[in-house]
Ligand binder design. Structure first.
Ligand SMILES: Cc1cc2nc3c(=O)[nH]c(=O)nc-3n(C[C@H](O)[C@H](O)[C@H](O)COP(=O)(O)OP(=O)(O)OC[C@H]3O[C@@H](n4cnc5c(N)ncnc54)[C@H](O)[C@@H]3O)c2cc1C
Length: 377
């Protein structure tokens, strides 16, 4: 077991850190306060190939794999969690298109997502009545000659209003449960596609989260991703990989809060001598380090093409809960200073909250872990 980063991994992390410091961190506060979508920051990520890190170079990707992706994601999230989640979903969409799509689909969409010509990719699974129980989704896709007609509504869709392509899961065979779901590559210019409510969120305010309405959207058959009926698998596999991204995002946010608190304590001799403060710092650093190892293990397994679903869920539940505790501890350590935006901690605390909810709640991660344990026993 080698816990040292390779030369390439060190370079990727340093590059991400450099962009984060130069292009992303200086705009993070305004993106949060003004709920401003980080367009320029996304374009800066595209220049370094960070929007398509998991896909082959011939489709415009950098093919750097999950460990490098995790390292980059943490650095970006350290600076701005809103930029990081936008980056995470675009990477997940590129990965899914390359895993399930044909060459024509990969050539049409992935290079343009990688370069930010299509500003973002979006993943539309959730519906008002289908969050954790995604198989209960009600959107339908009815075949009509060489097209499908899509109807329904998707909610809480990250980048749904800015995306150039949206992966939409809909039922092609409503009687077949999760086996009746298919995935479609939907473009916002397709007639019948519209964006509804924009969510006013407590955190990740720079990222855009919207409702999408599908009103008899006419989608060509060639835009179906994979066979009819594999849509649930497409979604679940994407989320397995996505959980490594969200675990990494949480790590970056948690580390930002811890470092801000540590610097604050270091500057106050009396505070630095208090055992209760030292213990909070020590526990937080230890938990975040343990989380980092879990996330990197899941990423290493994905890169080695070893089944990694259980490990991705372990990494996600532990990292996101540890990062939530880290931001709370940081706020308690710094007291009133952390309640103003003089420190990043109040933003970190608001941003990290959702990480235990999206891409599968903590309860769902525990369910996945237990199901795997029972199957392995
Ligand atoms: C900021 C943000 C961005 C998002 N982006 C996207 C996106 O891009 N694409 C997308 O498709 N979705 C997105 N979502 C939706 C997100 O994936 C869902 O919110 C999440 O899956 C949980 O679903 P829910 O909110 O409907 O909660 P519910 O499923 O209604 O769950 C409510 C509570 O019940 C618990 N629960 C539910 N079922 C079980 C069970 N079987 N066992 C134990 N406990 C259970 C849950 O853990 C939770 O605590 C986003 C959400 C947010 C907040």
């Amino acid at each position: 077991m080698d816990l040292e980063l390779t030369e390439v991994q060190t370079r990727v992390r340093e590059t991400a850190k450099k962009i984060a410091e130069a292009e992303i961190a200086p705009r993070a506060r305004d993106a949060d306060r003004g709920a401003l979508f980080p367009r320029d920051q996304i374009r800066a990520l595209a220049k370094e190939g960070f929007l398509a890190m998991l896909v082959p170079e011939r489709f415009g990707g950098t093919d750097l794999g999950s460990v490098n992706y995790s390292l980059a994601m943490s650095e970006i999230a350290y600076a701005c969690a809103s930029t990081a989640v936008t980056m995470a979903v675009t990477n997940m969409v590129c990965d899914a298109i390359c895993a399930w799509g044909n060459d024509a689909q990969k050539e049409k969409y992935v290079p343009r997502l990688a370069s930010a010509e299509l500003l973002a990719g979006s993943f539309a699974l959730s519906e008002p009545g289908a969050g954790s129980d995604a198989a209960a989704l009600m959107a339908t896709a009815v075949r009509d000659g060489d097209r499908y007609r899509l109807d329904g509504s998707k909610c809480w869709i990250t980048s749904g209003d800015v995306a150039g392509v949206i992966l939409v899961m809909a039922k092609t065979d409503p009687a077949a449960g999760s086996r009746g779901i298919s995935t479609f590559l939907v473009e916002p210019s397709m007639p019948g596609f519209s964006v509804g409510r924009h969510e006013e969120k407590m955190g990740l305010r720079g990222s855009s989260t919207v409702t999408i309405n599908l009103d008899d959207v006419s989608v060509p058959v060639e835009n179906r991703l994979g066979e009819e009926g594999v849509g649930f698998k497409v979604a679940m596999r994407a989320l397995d990989g996505g959980r490594i991204g969200i675990g990494s995002q949480a790590l970056g946010i948690g580390r930002a809060a811890l470092e801000a608190a540590t610097k604050y304590v270091q500057a106050d001799e009396a505070l630095a001598k208090k055992q209760s403060i030292q213990w909070k710092l020590a526990d937080t650093a230890t938990e975040l380090d343990a989380a980092r190892l879990l996330v990197l293990r899941a990423a290493t397994m994905k890169d080695a093409q070893i089944p990694f679903g259980k490990e991705a869920s372990m990494a996600k539940v532990f990292a996101t809960e540890a990062a939530n505790r880290a931001t709370h501890a940081a706020l308690e350590i710094c007291g009133e200073a952390a309640l103003s935006d003089a420190l990043p901690i109040e933003r970190n605390l608001r941003d990290v909250r959702v990480t235990t909810i999206y891409e599968g709640t903590s309860e769902i991660q525990r369910f996945v872990i237990a199901r795997n344990l029972l199957a392995e026993a």
